[in-house]
Design a protein around this ligand. Structure first.
Ligand SMILES: Cc1ncc(COP(=O)(O)O)c(C=O)c1O
Length: 325
């Protein structure tokens, strides 16, 4: 990361490392820790806060006055983008998939509270709608800046190279090491940044992304390409190999955003053993995958696993009825 990389301040860093003692004991296998990026602090936090420090830095350096991004109706990325825009006095337009739901809750409620303008894309291509919005903004004399889905380009992913550096410093300070990092992966920027950071900083553990919505044959090459682009963006000259990208797609369940039994079990288990919240779409699914892998004996009992908690908590409220049924 060069000192000239434009960056704004949005979150509270370093995020804590927390040993999940009761959960580890209950499972009787490896030691499980959490990296609490759910506590980054931007309108409840999450992994996009890190990416947005760089993306908004770039937007402001380019003279943007409006940021435009896209996501699902309960997008955590959209909510954090809208909050970041509010913090820096920018206009924000969110192009959200499908139609307005009957209830405004969870992330969507927060989008409204922080003043985002929501455009429902229906069945239309969301990138096309974002370009239309950008043209409207230009016509109104404003300067738009489009942030891709998930904030997952080289600029956004470079935040997770920095996050790997943060983790390594914490490991030194606390005399810790991790054999595995496990995280929820979707648009791939978080995992790509961690992979690039691991290579650049010589982190020896394995990084496993549990896919929430795409098959590994689609997601893995995308992450590899993004990790390589991120390395180039930061001036690293190494070449990453496909083996660096580990994606598990065994836990796709009923598809994106469909909370099934495993996610529900993970949400209740974590809440009741650790007082720790995971969400129905991302971290609950990744945790359900991790629990299953531990129960199947995929890790040995002497190992240490870091669950990189990427946030998503507001979505819990949008699933209240299903959680309590
Ligand atoms: C809570 C949460 N976890 C994980 C992810 C996945 O991160 P990425 O899109 O960088 O793969 C997201 C993305 O929206 C998210 O909101």
């Amino acid at each position: 990361m060069t000192p000239s990389t434009p960056r704004v301040s949005l979150g509270h860093f370093p995020t804590p490392l927390q040993k999940l003692e009761r959960l580890s004991e209950l499972l009787g296998g490896p030691e499980i820790w959490g990296k609490r990026d759910d506590l980054t602090g931007l309108a409840t936090g999450g992994n996009k806060t890190r990416k947005l420090e760089y993306l908004l830095g770039d937007a402001l350096a380019q003279g943007a006055t409006t940021v435009i991004t896209t996501g699902a109706p309960q997008s955590n990325h959209a909510r954090q983008t809208a909050a970041a825009a509010a913090r820096y006095g920018l206009r924000c337009v969110l192009v959200l998939a499908s139609m307005a739901p009957p209830n405004i809750t969870g992330n969507l409620l927060l989008d409204h509270l922080v003043g985002a303008h929501v455009r429902w894309a229906g069945e239309r291509d969301r990138y096309e709608v974002m370009e239309e919005v950008a043209a409207e903004e230009r016509a109104a004399g404003r300067t738009p800046y489009i942030i891709p889905y998930g904030g997952s380009n080289a600029i956004g992913a470079s935040a997770y190279v920095q996050a790997m550096d943060e983790l390594i410093r914490q490991m030194h300070e606390q005399d810790l090491h991790f054999d595995h990092i496990v995280l929820a992966t979707s648009s791939g920027g978080t995992q790509a940044g961690l992979i690039t950071g691991a290579r650049a900083l010589n982190f020896r553990g394995r990084i496993l992304g549990i896919s929430v919505d795409k098959t590994a044959d689609v997601l893995s090459p995308h992450i590899l390409e993004l990790a390589q682009l991120t390395a180039t963006h930061l001036g690293f000259r190494f070449e990453l190999r496909p083996e660096a990208v580990k994606v598990n797609d065994d836990y796709l369940g009923g598809g994106y955003g469909v909370m099934g039994k495993p996610e529900k079990e993970a949400i209740f288990l974590l809440a009741r053993t650790e007082g720790l919240l995971v969400d129905p779409v991302y971290t609950g699914r990744a945790m359900a995958g991790l629990l299953d892998l531990i129960r199947k004996g995929a890790f040995s009992s002497g190992e240490k696993i870091l669950f990189w908690h990427t946030g998503g908590i507001p979505a819990l409220f949008a699933y209240a009825e299903q959680l309590l049924s």
